[in-house]
Design a protein around this ligand. Sequence first.
Ligand code: FAD
Ligand code: SIN
Length: 543
Amino acid sequence: MRVETDVLIIGSGIAGLRFAIEVSKFAEVYIVTKKDKAESNTNYAQGGIASVFSSDDNFDLHIKDTLIAGDGLCNKEAVELIVKEGPDEIQKLIEIGTQFSTTPNGKLDLAKEGGHSRSRIVHAKDLTGYEIERALLKKISEIENIHLLENHFAIDLITEHHIGKKRLSKEEKIHCWGAYVFDIQREEVHTFISKITLLATGGLGQAYLHTTNPPIATGDGFAMAYRAGAIIGNMEFVQFHPTALYESDSENRSTNPAFLISEAVRGFGAKLRLKSGEEFMHKYDPRGELAPRDIVARAIDSELKKSGDNYVYLDLTFKNPDEIKEKFPNIYRKCLEKNIDITKDLIPVIPAAHYACGGVVTDLNGKTSIENLFATGEVAMTGVHGANRLASNSLLEALVFSKKAAIACKQIIENKLFNIPESIPDWIDTSRLSSEEKILISQSRHEIREILWDYVGIVRSNERLRRALRRCQLIYEEVKYMYNESRISEEILELRNLIEVAYLITYSASLRKESRGLHYNIDYPFKDDKNFLRPTLVQNPLV
Ligand code: FAD
Ligand code: SIN
């Protein structure tokens, strides 16, 4: 099948859906999404969206908190943009029917999270992402010129490479004209040709053994963009959430994803304790449990290494049980299913890979280095998060940049700033291997996740990174062979993307010879502003 459209959106999380609503005002839109339409990181977001609403808060404070967390690498302009446009974007979500939690006098209930100097987290109890995704999908379903296709897996972006045109110099622009998309149910690859393409494919947590991200988060957008020749930045800055629920089968490494215990729980006053009952966060940071995530995750990691334990505890037992159930109904219910009554029992927690601060580099309009390719949401590196994202700034960034990108697209469509060649070919399938080889695919996937967890995790070293790079190179060759020979399937496509992303994270980490934000290397334990107060940028040398 060949589809021609104005706009192709890859991904149906907050970034893709917010963009679709705006762009549908002047364009025909196709959204492809690889699973069920709601299945996304967005759907599992708990804490909320950071924004300035309280009378004791102001834009400058939110900007300052974001810059502090970002540890010198934020783009201040990008930060100012999301902070200042935040309240309007939240208002828009309310207008389309999102029901946020309110106080008895009808104002937005504002929670607190790590690194925030004020209470500014707008939330829908502890199911904020679910509520936002529900409201956005409902709105999309009412718009006639938006077509949403589930179980459609984008394989690769269509560029000059696919029409056999070589770039004469690195300065020559690459253009994006859509994507090849695998229809999972029909087992066919379709050609989507579009004037504008948005990558809104979300995160990459599944590259790590322990993660809070659902199985869709295999870094497809980062890998597709890298293969196409886009500039990718700051991939070493992977955020580990300090408090994912530890389950006894974590030791057997089978709980995937790990259930998140929201940072809002610490914002509500929960304490971290060692198995002995001793509190420890004050030894690491005067802000204690509410220090930024990199500090809390490293503190837990360090205590676990000292004690040899598998987890630490989060303690809410001294808080009012009714208030706990009222504020965190989902966490209360999920833990109870696992025989943990959080009003009475301590909650065993460990850090887990949570968020990619780096990604496809964009300008302030979400435009990438490839013509007519935009990227918003977690897959993008807009400059907002720098070396460490402030809690609950991610949903906010996705909203603001998706709107900005849609406005920029209007110019492109109205002024016909695209030139799509006639000669774009359809997909050619050259596969031979049978599906019995799926065991090889699942084994390689597991290996990648272990390598990243063991060698490119919370604490890194030169030797660990060297090891990881060598192993990634070997797996890369094996996967390349499997991909070229196997019948197309979700499994092989995800594996191909995971190894690409594993390499990007590891390689970027090996380039940063200092410790900053989320990147901590014991061989360079200090910040080196002279040489590294800049993003790490990489580009596919083969394009
Ligand atoms: P997603 O919401 O992940 O959407 C990506 C979409 O792309 C999905 O529909 C997916 O199926 C699709 N897709 C991916 N690859 C392909 C492909 N190859 N072809 C077709 N479709 C594809 N942030 C906050 O700000 N506040 C929070 O409280 C918060 N809590 C969180 C809690 C959890 C458990 C997790 C995992 C994350 C949380 N985050 C939070 C982070 C935040 O949820 C994400 O960063 C954000 O939702 C990303 O939105 P997105 O639209 O970019 O991507
Ligand atoms: C959480 O609820 O702790 C997640 C918030 C975030 O990732 O921003």
